[in-house]
Design a protein around this ligand. Structure first.
Ligand code: ADP
Length: 507
C-alpha cells in the first residue's frame, strides 16, 4: 500500500514538476504559443509572447478566435509559401490595427490544437523586396532584350539568364551551351569575325571588349546581337572566365538600316534632282537658242525662200521638242500628285495602231534617219480586238517608246503593235516596241524606269531628253493596272513590252 501510495505521490510530484516546467516554458517562450479549442475554435490558453505580439491582454484573447486576428485578405493565400516547412506564413492584424506577417506552425490533438507563432514581418519584407528586385531585373531584361552570360574555359560552357535563352532559342529554357555550339549559332558570315575578336582580346589581355554580330536561331530567325564581355585572368595571366551581357538589337539595327537607306535615298534623289535641273535647263535653253538663231536668219535680208522654208521646219522641230519636255513635266507632276485622270473606253486596238502610223512616221522623217523603218504589227487573224483602256494614255506610252527607239536606233527597223496570248479562257494583249538599236546594258535595265535616269554610250554623243519618258510610261501603265518591262541585248536592240490588266474583247 505504502509503496503504492508513495508511487501515486511520486507520480503527482512528477506531474506537478512537469506542469511547472511546461508552464515556465510556456510563459517564458520567446515566441507566441496559442492553444485553440477544436470544438469552439476559441483561444483557450495563450502565453505572454502571444499577448505582446498581438497587443491584447490574456483575458481579451481568451474571448477571441483566430479569425479575430486574421486580415481576411486575399494575401493570406499568397503568403502561404512557407508550407513546405510545415508552417504557414500569413498576415495578421494586431489590436492597434497594424498588419504583421507571422509564421504559424500548428500541431493537432483530439481536443485542441497548438499554434507556435513567430513574427517574420521584417524577414518577409526583406525577402519580398529581394523577390521584387529580381522580378524587376528580369522584366527589365525582357523589355530591353538583354541578358547576362558567363563562360568558363574549364567546363567549356556558357550559362546565362532567361533572356539569353529567349534571344538564342526564341523560348525560355535551361541555358548551357559549349563554345562550339555558340559559334554554330553565329551567322556563317560573322563566325571568323567573332572567333578572332575573342582570341584577339585574350591575347592582348584586354579586360573588356564589345562586338555586334548576327546569330541564327534554331527556327531560322536571323538576329543582330550586341555583346559586352569582361575577361578575368588568373595569376598566370590565363583566362579564368568571361562574363557579360548580350542584347538583341535586331529592331534597333533595322531602324538604323532603314535610316541609312532613307538617307541614301534622299541623297540619291537630291543627286537626281541636281542632274535633272542641269539637264532641264540645257533641254530648255537648246531649242530656245536654236529657235532664236533660226528666227534671226529667217528675218535677215539675204535668206532665200528655200533657206527660209528650212528655218521654219527647224523652228517647228525645236518648238515640238520644247512642248514635249513641258508636257512631260506637267504629266509627271500630275502623276506624282495623283491628279492624273484616266478615262476608260473600249478601244479598237487595230484602229488605234493604224491611227498612230502617220504621226510616228512624221517623227522618223523629222529625225532624218533614212536607214530606219517603222513597222506596225497587229493580229490579222482576228476580226476586231478591243481593250478597256484610256486611248490617249495608250498613245502617249506608245509614242514615247517609239520616240526613244528612233532616238537610240540608227538603222534597221522599229516594230510596234501588239500580240495576243490566251491562257485559261483569258486573253492578254501584250503591246510592244522593238528596235534594232544600241540596246541597254543589263545592269541598267532596272533603273531606266526611274525618273531623271538617263544613260548614253560613252562613244555616242548625248541625245536629247530629260529622263522622264520611261518613268511616265511606267506610272501610266500602273495607273491602268498594268506593267511595263524591257528586254535588251546591248548592240542588238531593245524591246519594251507592256500589258494592262483590264477587260479584253476579241471577235
Ligand atoms: P530620255 O529618253 O529622256 O533620256 P527615258 O526615261 O525615256 O529618258 O529613257 C531613259 C534612258 O533609257 C535613256 O537615257 C536611255 O539610256 C535608255 N533607253 C530608253 N529607250 C531606249 C532604247 N529604245 N534603246 C536604248 N536605250 C534606251
Amino acid at each position: 500500500m505504502t509503496s503504492l501510495s508513495s508511487g501515486g505521490f511520486i507520480k503527482r510530484l512528477f506531474a506537478r514538476i512537469t506542469f511547472n516546467r511546461y508552464k515556465e516554458v510556456f510563459d517564458k517562450a520567446g515566441y507566441a504559443i496559442m492553444l485553440i479549442d477544436n470544438a469552439t475554435n476559441r483561444f483557450i490558453k495563450v502565453n505572454k509572447a502571444a499577448c505582446g505580439l498581438f497587443g491584447y491582454t490574456n483575458e481579451e484573447l481568451q474571448k477571441m478566435t483566430p479569425l479575430d486576428i486574421s486580415t481576411e485578405s486575399e494575401e493570406d493565400e499568397l503568403l502561404s509559401s512557407g508550407k513546405a516547412e510545415g508552417s504557414v506564413i500569413r498576415p495578421a492584424r494586431c489590436k492597434d490595427g497594424r498588419i504583421i506577417i507571422i509564421r504559424v506552425q500548428t500541431s493537432y490533438s483530439e481536443k485542441f490544437h497548438v499554434s507556435l507563432i513567430s513574427d517574420v514581418t521584417e524577414e518577409y519584407s526583406i525577402r519580398r523586396a529581394l523577390e521584387l528586385n529580381e522580378e524587376r531585373l528580369r522584366e527589365a531584361q525582357r523589355i530591353g532584350h538583354f541578358g547576362w552570360w558567363e563562360f568558363r574555359p574549364e567546363t567549356n560552357k556558357y550559362i546565362g539568364s532567361e533572356e539569353i535563352s529567349r534571344i538564342f532559342y526564341d523560348e525560355t529554357r535551361d541555358l548551357s551551351f559549349t563554345f562550339q555550339e555558340n559559334i554554330a549559332f553565329t551567322h556563317p558570315e560573322d563566325r571568323s569575325y567573332l572567333i578572332s575578336a575573342i582570341e584577339d582580346a585574350i591575347e592582348k589581355k584586354k579586360e573588356s571588349f564589345s562586338l555586334s554580330y548576327r546569330i541564327i536561331t534554331p527556327q531560322g530567325r536571323v538576329k543582330a546581337v550586341a555583346v559586352n564581355s569582361n575577361i578575368k585572368y588568373d595569376d598566370n595571366g590565363r583566362q579564368a572566365y568571361r562574363y557579360g551581357t548580350c542584347q538583341d538589337i535586331t529592331e534597333t539595327q533595322k531602324i538604323m538600316d532603314d535610316l541609312i537607306a532613307a538617307r541614301r535615298q534622299a541623297e540619291e534623289s537630291d543627286r537626281l534632282k541636281t542632274t535633272f535641273l542641269a539637264n532641264f535647263s540645257h533641254e530648255i535653253r537648246t531649242p530656245l537658242n536654236a529657235m532664236l538663231g533660226f528666227l534671226n536668219i529667217l528675218t535677215s535680208m539675204d535668206t532665200n525662200d528655200e533657206e527660209k522654208a528650212e528655218m521654219v521646219r527647224l523652228i517647228e522641230i525645236n518648238s515640238q521638242r520644247l512642248l514635249r519636255l513641258i508636257n512631260d513635266m506637267i504629266d509627271m507632276s500630275r502623276i506624282e500628285s495623283n491628279s492624273m485622270e484616266i478615262k476608260y473606253t473600249n478601244v479598237d486596238i487595230n484602229n488605234f495602231v493604224s491611227s498612230m502610223a502617220s504621226s510616228l512616221n512624221y517623227e522618223l522623217d523629222a529625225a532624218g534617219k533614212r536607214n530606219l523603218v517603222l513597222i506596225p504589227v497587229t493580229d490579222t487573224t482576228k476580226k476586231a480586238v478591243f481593250q478597256y483602256i484610256d486611248e490617249l494614255r495608250l498613245s502617249q506610252i506608245l509614242s514615247n517608246l517609239v520616240s526613244n527607239a528612233i532616238k537610240f536606233t540608227d538603222e534597221g527597223e522599229i516594230k510596234y503593235g501588239y500580240r495576243i496570248s490566251r491562257s485559261e479562257n483569258r486573253y492578254t494583249i501584250t503591246y510592244f516596241v522593238s528596235d534594232t538599236g544600241q540596246g541597254i546594258r543589263s545592269d541598267r535595265l532596272d533603273d531606266i524606269f526611274q525618273p531623271f535616269v538617263q544613260y548614253w554610250n560613252e562613244d555616242v554623243p548625248k541625245v536629247q531628253g530629260a529622263g522622264l519618258g520611261l518613268a511616265i510610261c511606267k506610272r501610266l501603265t500602273e495607273l491602268m493596272k498594268g506593267r511595263i518591262w524591257v528586254e535588251s541585248i546591248q548592240g542588238k536592240g531593245s524591246s519594251f513590252l507592256f500589258t494592262f490588266n483590264t477587260p479584253v474583247m476579241i471577235e
